[in-house]
Ligand binder design. Structure first.
Ligand SMILES: [Zn+2]
Length: 288
């Protein structure tokens, strides 16, 4: 099978669509280390070929996809995950009922043994919780996996990437599915989150709290959280400190009568300007 991935000289594991054509791709074969040429011609599917013209090294698309997904999560230092009451509690967020939340991580390690499993990634969240992340392409949510994490009482997320076959692989779409979308994400433990929506939580268990909707606006790979408050005002903040993003947030906030809340490191925009501020952030994101 043709090789769709290679190792860039920066040590980044890249898809053929992310590099320049030919030897200018500056990549090596991820298996044997030989320099490769990015073939991006009209006739054949784009791929990497050894510069010596030797036959492609044997590689597995499934493990390459895993490796790519790990790169994306490590570079982003987090991802958006679905939340149920159980997941929220296991993640240390208490009884919040957002349908999804950005899980920002302080540390992400690859291939660490936890109990009898070796998840693709083991992430430490900013709330201090260890979360296992498994990427799935051909086998999903087995009872064995769920049970292993239940015994460890460790939240474990599975990301379903089966839609992204070699020919359907699109860097932007795959990255979106991994980082921002929650449709393909399932908690192996606490279980069955996908069956649970906030509306189905029983009234007794549900804390008396408003439903806070969070939108993540991505500007050049960096995240801005836009959260609707019960009053209809919105709170915006850069998810992680980054001078450029902080400055975008400040500019947009000031343009829409925002006020800074020191304690939360966020800006609150009054509800009558909320939609305009949201649209401006989205416009900046799509122009970036
Ligand atoms: Zn090779």
């Amino acid at each position: 099978m043709l090789s769709l991935f290679a190792l860039h000289k920066s040590n980044r594991f890249v898809h053929v669509s992310e590099v320049e054509r030919g030897l200018a791709c500056d990549c090596r074969c991820a298996v044997c280390g030989e320099p490769v040429i990015a073939r991006q011609g009209e006739l054949r599917e784009h791929h990497f070929a050894h510069s010596s013209n030797a036959d492609p090294c044997a590689s597995s698309y499934e493990s390459d996809l895993h490796r790519f997904a790990k790169r994306v999560i490590i570079e982003a230092r987090g991802l958006v995950v679905p939340v149920s009451l159980a997941a929220s509690q296991a993640l240390g967020f208490g009884g919040r009922l957002d349908p999804s939340i950005l899980l920002a991580c302080t540390d992400i390690e690859e291939e660490v043994d936890v109990g009898n499993r070796r998840p693709d990634l083991l992430a430490a969240t900013t709330a201090g919780v260890n979360v296992a992340i498994e990427v799935a392409y051909s086998s999903f949510c087995s009872a064995e996996k769920c049970h292993a994490y239940e015994q460890l009482q460790m939240p474990a997320l599975e990301i379903d990437l089966r839609a992204f076959t070699p020919t359907a692989f699109d860097v932007v779409k795959v990255t979106h599915a991994i980082l921002e979308d929650v449709a393909g994400k399932t908690w192996l433990w606490p279980e069955n989150i996908e069956a649970q929506t906030p509306g189905e939580l029983s009234a007794e268990n549900a804390p008396k709290q408003h439903f806070l909707l969070e939108e993540i606006v991505t500007i050049q790979g960096r995240w801005i959280s836009v959260k609707e408050l019960p009053s209809g005002d919105i709170a915006i903040k850069a998810v992680r400190y980054d001078p450029d993003v902080v400055s975008v947030v400040r500019t947009v906030a000031r343009a829409h009568s925002g006020r800074y809340r020191e304690a939360y490191h966020n800006w609150v925009i009054p509800r009558f300007r909320a939609q305009a501020a949201r649209l401006q952030l989205r416009a900046i994101a799509s122009a970036a």
